[in-house]
Design a protein around this ligand. Structure first.
Ligand SMILES: [Zn+2]
Length: 140
């Protein structure tokens, strides 16, 4: 999903939660928008390049052009079910973690909607354990 859509939805969500949580509602934006930094982390580790624009193009225009061949099966760590599980557990103990997780859940929902509407398949691997398992099999 485009980053501006995540930004708009998270901003609306933060505004709705602001009366109850005050400035802490801004953590919805971190969970809802900034988690996409994991694409950049993966790009830097994979290609040993720091170009942020190149990374963005790699996941958007280039991906679209080659049917996401180069990014299929990649591990974007904050988009995994395991990360969501950890955040859900932390949410029981911290309002900040809860607000982050609310943003994260909406982010996941928007990404899933985008995948369903335009691709009918997953592109990245959304499980750390599955990704480790799959890469072990391929190397064996
Ligand atoms: Zn995302």
């Amino acid at each position: 999903m485009e980053i501006w859509v995540h930004g708009m939805v998270s901003l609306i969500l933060a505004a709705v939660l602001y009366p109850a949580y005050g400035w802490q509602a801004s953590f919805v934006l971190i969970g809802g928008v900034l988690i996409d930094i994991d694409h950049y982390i993966w790009y830097v580790l994979k290609y040993r390049k720091l170009g942020f624009r190149d990374c963005y193009r790699h996941f958007t225009a280039d991906g679209k052009a080659n049917n996401y061949k180069d990014v299929t099966g990649v591990l974007i760590i904050f988009h995994t079910i395991e990360f969501l599980a950890v955040m859900a557990i932390l949410s029981a103990f911290s309002a900040l973690a809860l607000l982050f997780t609310i943003g994260l859940v909406f982010h996941f929902f928007l990404d899933l909607l985008w995948l369903y509407l335009y691709h009918k398949r997953f592109i990245a691997d959304h499980s750390l354990l599955h990704w480790i398992y799959r890469n072990r099999i391929q190397k064996a």
